[in-house]
Design a protein around this ligand. Sequence first.
Ligand code: DON
Length: 309
Amino acid sequence: MSITPEAITTVLEKGRAAGLAASGGKNADYIPYLASVPSDLFGIAVVTADGQVFKTGDADFAFAIESISKVFTLALVMEKIGAEAVHKKVGADPTGLPFNSVIALELHGGRPLSPLVNAGAIATTSLVPGDSADACWKAILDCQSRFAGRQISLSDEVNRSEQTTNFHNRAIAWLLYSAGTCYSDPMQAVDVYTRQCSTLVTTIELATMGATLAAGGINPVSKERVIAASNTGPILAEMAMEGLYTASGDWAFNVGLPGKSGVGGGLLAVVPGELAIAAFSPPLDPAGNSVRGLAAVAAVAKALDRNLF
Ligand code: DON
């Protein structure tokens, strides 16, 4: 789609106003670094499938990608072993429980159900081919960078903060392993998963990553084919089912777009074939989604009159 600069200015203003009107929430604090990010940062970006880039606010601030990384590791693994193999090994159903739930895993015999909750994401990371943690990590970082159209970097500070506090995820990895649903050494899987969550992206880069999914796997800014077109549908389906955790159904009902959130305050929504909308604001609601991000992305989608349903 082509958007005129005048039209997008109004759209972004509506998103910004809706975000600023949304109050409450608080920075994630179970990862110490995230608690220290200024809560008033707020950015929105739209990138179209034909490569137009629009932004407002703090859209150039680099923040921790966190759970949004799950989408891109899923894409990498689908490329390597095929979407159906990922579907069989990990699943494609919502858990109905919090993103780091152990109960969800136990209720389903150790099958994580979704690659977008922690258990399923660790299982997905364990499927990245590579004979060492560093080889798997390099493939993931390269994949994130190709989606963003720029070299993405690990934040040593975020990674240190997470690696020294990720005990719950280590427990999840051992449970997966005991059920036969972790496909590498479990501590290697958690190490690499933790690193993939600890890269920094700007809201513009996040929107570009989403626009690559919207454009059938071709990065609309770099023009590089990043993944096969046939894998974008399954990835977007996973996002629609579980991208916003226990709020995924409400999001589908109200906004009608595949989305993905992260505890760093990022939120991404994709309009297949057309564009992606990203927002960043650190305070989260109890489900782990950015309060301002939810309001802003919903308002931008509404102003653009985009809802798949
Ligand atoms: O594994 C974790 O808990 C974090 N590295 C990522 C969690 C996350 O972003 C959940 N999102 N809302």
